[in-house]
Design a protein around this ligand. Structure first.
Ligand code: MEV
Length: 435
């Protein structure tokens, strides 16, 4: 158990570590050693990382990997992926290699609209708030000019602002519902700044609107914030090939293509399967999002909300028509290639450079294609050998590392487990035997 502390944030990094390791560890020296081992000897880099967050005491590494051979809209990409789960990158690469030989991925951005709302309460007549909204709407745009100027010069800005009546769901509840185009930025700061300005203008302009009994206190602003539900920031990725070509990929499996279709049908009707199916897609989506400095929590929230419209179901679709296997995914992906940590984190800059500095539209297409590849790879394993074979093979290194094996021991373990079932206990037994 830890203990209460006042003023933790005011302590220096060394003091924080001193307090933490003394409080939470029996062996404080070894904990201190591990925490400081991950410090970067380059002071500039260390300071940069310290300042990404608050109360930082060390750095947390994740692998930065590459899935090569992604042919998307006739262009080849080597895709950077940041993920700790073994086999995800290998699976993506394997799927990319197959689809490269079969026309590659086709991807298209359907729309890139983002939204945000000012949530407020008004208990008066609907007619009055509607008239006030019509009066104040031009001012909402005008007073935000300072914030929108730069975005407009890049081709974006505020698309529209609407008054939404939500009073049938919650007494007196209305929204200023705004739509935005944030071009190559994810745009969270831009949108939230605009919304906070709208909220101020909306409250402050009441005295300019002459209506008896309608005063500043008539409107109670609750909050102003962007929405991570982005069903109109949509990208689609697809692949297609002859059923016979697909079946050649798994010659031992009877009706491989049909089984893939069935697997997607199951994810469409059963929520237990659908969530795991979509998690597989998000393995790829999140890994590219993290590598390129994007907010994967926002993506997760938005994607699962999108999947649950009506009823939670698969994000991908698979059909066989006229001898062709068609596989596609539609994802709401609000990301950016400028702003946020994209210009700050050196590895994010490298990731974007590996992708030839894509626009946000291009990155949306890459992310959706990787999500589809990941889904294809997972379903391929699931309907044939099962997921554990490939998974545990990749996981063998991780298990071996726990036993701090030598290179020689590692080599003999890989030879021994080539055609055997890998589990924690079987690896432990093998290590004991060879030692
Ligand atoms: C594991 O991270 C992802 C899978 O469970 C996805 C799926 O079941 O489709 C293999």
């Amino acid at each position: 158990m830890s203990e209460e502390i006042k003023g933790f944030s005011k302590l220096s990094k060394d003091e924080k570590i001193e307090w933490l390791t003394k409080t939470c560890f029996r062996d404080s020296n070894s904990a201190k050693k591990i925490l400081t081992q991950y410090w970067n000897s380059n002071n500039y880099l260390q300071k940069l990382h310290d300042e990404f967050s608050e109360n930082t005491i060390s750095n947390y590494y994740l692998p930065f990997a590459i899935a090569p051979n992604f042919l998307i809209n006739e262009k080849i990409y080597s895709v950077p992926m940041t993920i700790e789960e073994s086999s995800v990158v290998a699976a993506a690469s394997k799927a990319a290699k197959f689809w490269m030989k079969h026309g590659g991925f086709k991807a298209d951005v359907i729309n890139e609209e983002k939204t945000g709302q000012v949530h407020f309460i008004f208990h008066g007549e609907k007619k009055i708030i509607s008239e006030y909204f019509d009066f104040v709407k031009p001012l909402l745009f005008k007073n935000s000019r300072q914030i929108t100027k730069k975005m407009e010069s890049r081709g974006g800005g505020i698309n529209d602002i609407q008054l939404i009546d939500k009073t049938s769901d919650l007494k007196g509840y209305y929204q200023l519902f705004a739509t935005f185009n944030t071009v190559d930025a994810m745009g969270a700061n831009f949108i939230n700044s605009c919304l906070e300005k709208f909220s101020k203008t909306f409250s402050d302009s009441i005295n300019k609107f002459n209506r008896v009994g309608f005063k500043k206190e008539s409107i109670e602003i609750i909050m102003s914030i962007l929405s991570n539900f982005v069903p109109n920031c949509l990208v689609e990725a697809s692949v297609a090939c002859n059923v016979s070509d697909l079946n050649k990929l798994e010659p031992k499996s009877k009706n491989f293509a049909q089984k893939l279709v069935k697997a997607v049908e199951i994810a469409n009707i059963d929520i237990h399967r659908a969530v795991t199916h979509n998690k597989g897609i998000m393995n790829g989506v999140d890994a590219v999002a993290i590598a390129t400095g994007n907010d994967f929590r926002a993506l997760e929230a938005g994607v699962h909300a999108y999947a649950s419209q009506g009823k939670y179901k698969s994000l991908s679709e698979a059909i066989i028509k006229d001898g062709m296997f068609n596989f596609r995914v539609k994802l709401p992906i609000a990301i950016g290639t400028v702003g946020g940590v994209t210009n700050l984190h050196p590895l994010v800059k490298i990731a974007l450079e590996i992708l030839q500095n894509p626009s946000s539209k291009e990155l949306m297409k890459i992310i959706a294609s990787v999500g589809l590849a990941q889904n294809f790879a997972a379903l391929r394993s699931l309907v044939t050998s099962g997921i554990q074979k490939g998974h545990m093979k990749m996981h063998l290194s991780n298990i071996l590392n726990k036993f701090e094996v030598s290179e020689k021991e590692k080599k003999s373990a890989f030879t021994y487990f080539k055609n055997k079932i890998i589990s924690n206990s079987s690896v432990e037994k093998f290590i004991k035997k060879i030692r």
